[in-house]
Design a protein around this ligand. Sequence first.
Ligand code: ZN
Length: 482
Amino acid sequence: MVSLGEHTPQHLHQHRSDGQSGDALFCPLALLPQGWRKDVLLRWDAAGNLVDVSPGSAAGEARSACGPVIAGMPNLHSHAFQRAMAGLTEVMGSPSDSFWSWRKLMYRFAQRLQPEHLEAIARHLYIEMLKAGYTSVCEFHYLHHAPGGTPYADRAELALRLMQAAAEAGIGMTLLPVLYQYSGFGRQAASAEQARFLGSPQSLLALRERLQQVLPENPMRRYGVAPHSLRAVSPEGLDELVSGLRQQPGGRDAPIHIHIAEQWREIQDCLAWSGQRPVQLLLSQQELDARWCLIHATHMDLGEYRGLAASGAVVGLCPTTEANLGDGIIDAGQLLESGTRWGIGSDSHIAINLRAELRLLEYGQRLHHRRRNVLASESVPATADRLFVQAQAGGAAATGRAVAGLAVGQRADFVLLDGEDVNLADRSPAQLLSALVFCEHDGQPIQDVYVGGRQVVTAGRHPLQETARQAYRRAIADLLKD
Ligand code: ZN
């Protein structure tokens, strides 16, 4: 394990919180769940939990933030290894190139991946996330076995590589081991390419138990489960997984994530098999509640929007990946109007940029409806403000961790924006998030990032970024060589 700070210029250690004793920060301007507030004193304890969030305070002994402070954004959907494929699948394979041809390439790539590759890719990725303002990640982890499908001596080998990468980077982690049983609706046999993914409800629950033994849950890490999709898991398998999870330590309120209604073909196949649409089918099979996060949910009808809103489940939107894969466009106006909770994920990692995710979510609606500010509301007329606050809250719920913004009892996860950035300077608080989301030029206007009260990014730099980048490049070179 590389020690944090090994290759860090000395000046980056100034004002660095070691997270051992608790600390405080005075914020001339901070975005709280109830809106922008001035002169906010943040205090957190040694465990990294906020114990005081007081607007209208004096700075006292606390050091002062150099720019506006916003809550860290949870990234609610990640397949870490796919970061290494970004840009590799943009050449036409057939005139009807689609998600399904992309998936073929992804499978081929996944066959070559070794544990060392995965760890190097994930460490680099999680550092990129932190630098972009994501302070938590939900890892939808389906690569379980060695190439060919033989289990590793330790069945948690690859999951533990991801946990190690997250710990070194310093990002909050919700690991979701994936149950993958079949290749299609009606228990179609899995293909040879899917052999690395396969498991049973019992093997998944055993994996989660093993993770709890090796690295027990704590405020920085949480374990849920992820039935891959309704096409890859049988109704009985889903029942067994969900009821088995309830019996496990920390299982009663553990997050459950599932891919759903992403592809048009999936809707047609589900209708042909069950007579119901995927979200409708899930709503009728399971008692959805706040533990559930439905990834994509791109294609829904009105009844499905209403059912989801009533359930308390979160929808996980991944706009840049959904655009890249040609999934289609969710009716986001309907989603927000229904009151459904939602958050954002970078999924296949063609971009690690929460601003791009929020912007594309709005732009998809503008292009479709030929209007502007489609996702604003009368009570929150600034589109970016509405999107940021809702994505933060929904994303937090999806992590199953206490990361719901700058409030007492939540984790001290926050981002100091660069107050001198040409696109942010001289803006009123009401204009700041609009500038952040809709005015993007060179680089990220992010100065410092804190996770659980520990400073992990200083002046735009992460102390491990160079070593992580070199290891990542070695992994890529190895994976791409013939
Ligand atoms: Zn996914």
